[in-house]
Design a protein around this ligand. Structure first.
Ligand code: UDX
Length: 459
């Protein structure tokens, strides 16, 4: 096993996550992994969604001012891009100043800085580090398939797939990138030009770094990873599933309601539908009503995460479920504002996962061997759903307008005794086993972690 101490020097790895839950978690998991191999860790972060330093007493934290960043969490592609652009802009000068000061201090210690691992959306900050002589690695949150779409974005525009002109095009296949259909691409008709620019910066962030780190594993995306290795001039390290490999402490930004685990203890095996739409997506009031009645009418036990701010137009702190919902589901379900999701998914009582298909949730569902009901919202989520229902065939997607009847039918398909649900559950278990094998001794991700540690040691 490669460790930081291999060359006799203590090395420090710097991290800079994008400040969203789905990006912070894998970054902390990777930090935990490298810390366990003997590296010292410093986490740079902005004030927005700042991590809880007290949960990671062994790490150093450096706060970087983010003046001018929008104060609200983004829930659309456009808002996310505005955020990403403003993080890069706001942090450039203060990050340079703080990094230079850190490097100065390190010179006086018996430690040196090996590299910066930053989110691939932070091109400017990766450039700042290299300008100060610090090698960089890009951590890309998302699937290998999604990153292929990003590298192919100019081609997709040249060939007329993007921007999407009419909704009738959405089901057309992207011949060069199967199994994507046009509607599965991470695109935005309204903000096409800005998105193209932001995604091209992501690709540049990767190709100008010393390597690309992906939270995925070979058995899940063998062809996609092989294509990336063929097309990219930098090494690709698929080191996932990071949440299974890493001893990281929780990096949850919201307090997780652990009481729901006690409730799950009292439910029969594989009986409960777990429902969560991640940390950013928002739903309309009418979709909330259809979701509620679909769940109620399914007759199944459920655990539902209603995150503050989930419903557009509703006060963030109080989400009202439709009249009659409580009575219709009494004794059969639990609603929480945030759950310990990894533990929930791993609980034997959970038999289905209704997800927005953020990459972390998708991977966590895969590793738990739980079939998924997919309802993607934006960005990479449609592509992730496509892989769940079309490639891995471990779930079903609800397309089009959300209606309670569709929800009820999808839950019944997913969790019902017969086919096709039984096949989905069988394949989900097979994927769970291949995820476990990838992080076992000589598993593909374990080998990649060793190679990554050796690379960092040599930097
Ligand atoms: C965002 C983007 O929306 C998505 O497209 C991209 O793939 C990742 O970043 P997000 O909404 O944060 O996704 O979802 P996801 O990637 O699934 O991450 C959510 C994280 O929050 C998961 O690690 C999950 O375990 C955690 N979570 C979620 C909880 O801890 N508790 C909950 O109740 C719900």
């Amino acid at each position: 096993m490669a460790t930081a101490a291999a060359g006799g020097r203590r090395r420090r790895v710097l991290f800079f996550p994008l400040p969203y839950q789905g990006h912070i978690n894998p970054m902390f998991q990777l930090a935990g992994l490298l810390h366990a191999r003997g590296f010292s860790i410093t986490v740079f972060h902005v004030r927005f969604n700042a991590p809880d330093a007290s949960a990671h007493p062994a790490y150093d934290f450096v706060s970087v001012p983010d003046d001018g960043m929008p104060a609200d969490s983004p829930d659309t592609v456009q808002a996310t891009m505005d955020h990403i652009v403003s993080v890069n802009r706001a942090c450039e000068a203060p990050f340079r100043e703080r990094l230079a000061a850190l490097l100065e201090r390190q010179r006086a210690r018996a430690e040196d800085v090996a590299c910066l691992v930053a989110d691939s959306h932070l091109l400017t900050l990766l450039g700042v580090a290299r300008g100060l002589g610090v090698p960089t690695l890009a951590l890309r949150l998302g699937s290998a398939a999604c990153f292929r779409c990003l590298t192919a974005f100019p081609m997709l525009c040249d060939k007329g797939y993007l921007p999407v002109q009419e909704s009738s095009q959405l089901d057309a296949p992207v011949v060069e990138l199967p199994p994507y259909r046009i509607g599965d691409l991470p695109a935005s008709a309204a903000a096409h030009g800005q998105l193209r620019e932001v995604l091209s910066r992501v690709v540049t962030a990767v190709t100008t770094s010393s390597g690309l780190i992906l939270d995925t594993f070979d058995a899940l995306e063998a062809d996609e990873l092989a294509a990336l290795r063929r097309d990219l001039a930098v090494p690709v390290f698929d080191v996932g599933p990071l949440h299974k490999l890493s001893p990281a402490a929780s990096s949850s930004l919201l307090r997780q309601d652990r009481g729901c685990l006690d409730w799950l203890d009292g439910q029969p095996p594989a009986s409960v539908l777990y429902v969560s739409f991640g940390s950013l997506a928002s739903v309309s009031a009418s979709d909330l009503v259809e979701t509620a009645w679909g769940i109620a009418n399914s007759g199944r036990p459920f655990l539902w995460v209603l995150r503050p701010g989930l419903v557009r137009g509703a006060p963030p702190s109080s989400i009202s479920l439709p009249d009659g919902f409580d009575a219709a589901t009494r004794g059969r379900g639990v609603v929480v504002s945030w759950a310990p999701q990894e533990e929930v998914l791993a609980h034997p009582a959970v038999g289905g996962f209704w997800t927005h298909c953020g990459w972390n949730s998708t991977l966590e569902g895969v590793c738990a061997g739980v079939p998924m009901l997919c309802r993607p919202f934006f960005a990479d989520q449609m592509g992730n759903a496509r892989y769940v229902d079309h490639v891995w065939r471990t779930g079903v997607t609800i397309d089009g307008e959300l209606q309670r009847g569709k929800v009820e039918a999808a839950i019944s398909t997913l969790m019902g005794a017969g086919e096709p649900g039984a096949g989905m559950r069988r394949r989900a278990l097979e994927l769970k086993n291949s995820a476990a094998a990838s992080i076992g001794e000589a598993g593909s991700s374990s080998v990649n972690v060793d190679m990554l540690v050796s690379l960092i040691q040599s930097m």
